[in-house]
Write a protein that binds this ligand. Structure first.
Ligand code: BV8
Length: 256
C-alpha cells in the first residue's frame, strides 16, 4: 500500500523539470534518512534521550554543561549509523546524476548516507558525526572508539567533540558560500525531508526561487517551503523519488 499521494501528473511534471535542467540542487534534511531507520531530528527522542531537547544537547553550552551526556548522545546516534544503509531515496538522488549535467547535494544531515549511496558532490552544511575535533583548538582527531563514558582528550589536552555545527555556531563559511552560489545559479531545487525550520539552511530554497529556480518539495507533511514550491510531492522520499527517476528515464527513453 503506497503511502504517498503525489499525483502521476505532478511526478511527470517534476521529471520534465529534471529532463530540461542543467544545474540542480538537492537540499536534504533528516527526513531523507528516516527510511534508513535514522530518527529525524524532531522525532521524539527515544529511551534515555526522551527527557532531553535535542536543541539543548546540540549546543556548545549543552556540551560544556555536561560533556559526558552530550558525548554519549552523539555516541548513541553514531552507533545507530553503524548498520544504517542508504534507502531508495538516497539511491534515486544518485541516479539523477546521470540525467543532469550538474547536480549537487546540499545536506543538513550529518549521517554520511548520501556519500555511502554514491552521491559524488555532497556539501555537509552541518558537518559530520563521523569526524571529531577538539573543543578548544579544533585539532582534528581520528579513530575515536565507541562506548566511551566521556569525551576523550586531544593531544593538546582539550576535550574532543563531534565535528558538527551546533545551534549558535556559524556554519563553515566556505560551505555556506558554495551553497549560496549554487542557489544563485540553479534551474531547480528539490527540497527533500526537511522541516524547513533551521536557519540559515532553511533560506536556501527562497534564495534559489529569487534567482529563478523552480522549487520542488518532497515531504509527507507540509512545511514553510510548501507554499513556495512549484510542485509539492506529498510522501516519503524513499517512495516518491524512485518514481521521479522512472519518469525521467521514460522521457530520456522516448528522446533516444
Ligand atoms: C547560526 C547538527 C549564526 C547537530 C544541526 C535566523 C538566522 C540565523 C540563525 C537563526 C535564525 N533563527 C534562529 C537561529 C538560530 C538557529 C536556528 O535556526 N534555530 C531554529 C531552531 C529556529 N540556527 C543556528 O544556530 C545555526 N547557526 O545561525 O549561527 C552565527 C553566525 C555567526 C557567528 C555565530 C553564529 C546552526 C544550525 C545548525 C544546527 N545543527 N545539526 C546535530 O545534528 O546534532 S541542525 C539539525 O536540526 C539537523 O542537522 C537539521 O538541520 C535540523 C533538523 O532539521 P531537519 O533536517 O529538517 O529535520 P527535522 O526533524 O526538523 O524534519 C524532518 C522532516 O522530514 C520533517 O519535515 C518530516 O515531515 C520529514 N520526513 C519524515 N519522514 C520522511 C520525511 N521526509 C521525506 N521522507 C520521509 N520518509
Amino acid at each position: 500500500m503506497s503511502e504517498h499521494s503525489a499525483s502521476k501528473s505532478d511526478i511527470e511534471k517534476v521529471a520534465q523539470f529534471l529532463a530540461e535542467a542543467k544545474r540542480v540542487i538537492i537540499l536534504s534534511g533528516a527526513g531523507v534518512s528516516k527510511e534508513s531507520g535514522i530518527p529525524t531530528f524532531r522525532d521524539a527522542q527515544t529511551g534515555l534521550w526522551a527527557n532531553f531537547n535535542p536543541e539543548e544537547l546540540a549546543t556548545p553550552e549543552g556540551f560544556l554543561k555536561d560533556p559526558p551526556l552530550v558525548w554519549k548522545w552523539y555516541d548513541h546516534r553514531r552507533k545507530l549509523l553503524e548498520d544504517a544503509q542508504p534507502n531508495p531515496g538516497h539511491y534515486a538522488i544518485v541516479a539523477l546524476e546521470k540525467f543532469v549535467p550538474h547536480l549537487i547535494v546540499v545536506t543538513q544531515n550529518i549521517d554520511g548516507l548520501h556519500q555511502k549511496a554514491g552521491s559524488t558532490d555532497v556539501v555537509e552544511l552541518h558537518g559530520s558525526i563521523r569526524k571529531f575535533f577538539c573543543f578548544d583548538n579544533a585539532h582534528d582527531a581520528k579513530d575515536v572508539p565507541y562506548g566511551l563514558e566521556e569525551p576523550p582528550l586531544c593531544w593538546c589536552g582539550s576535550q574532543l567533540r563531534p565535528a558538527v555545527v551546533w545551534f549558535g555556531e556559524a556554519l563553515p563559511s566556505r560551505l555556506l558560500m558554495r551553497a549560496y552560489a549554487e542557489c544563485e545559479n540553479s534551474d531547480l531545487l528539490i527540497v527533500v525531508g526537511t522541516s524547513g525550520l533551521v536557519q540559515p539552511a532553511a533560506s536556501l530554497p527562497f534564495l534559489g526561487a529569487q534567482h529563478g529556480a523552480k522549487v520542488v518539495e518532497v515531504n509527507p507533511e507540509e512545511t514553510p517551503v510548501t507554499d513556495l514550491a512549484d510542485v509539492f510531492l506529498k510522501g516519503p522520499s524513499g517512495e516518491v523519488l524512485p518514481l521521479v527517476v522512472a519518469a525521467v528515464e521514460k522521457i530520456r527513453g522516448a528522446e533516444a
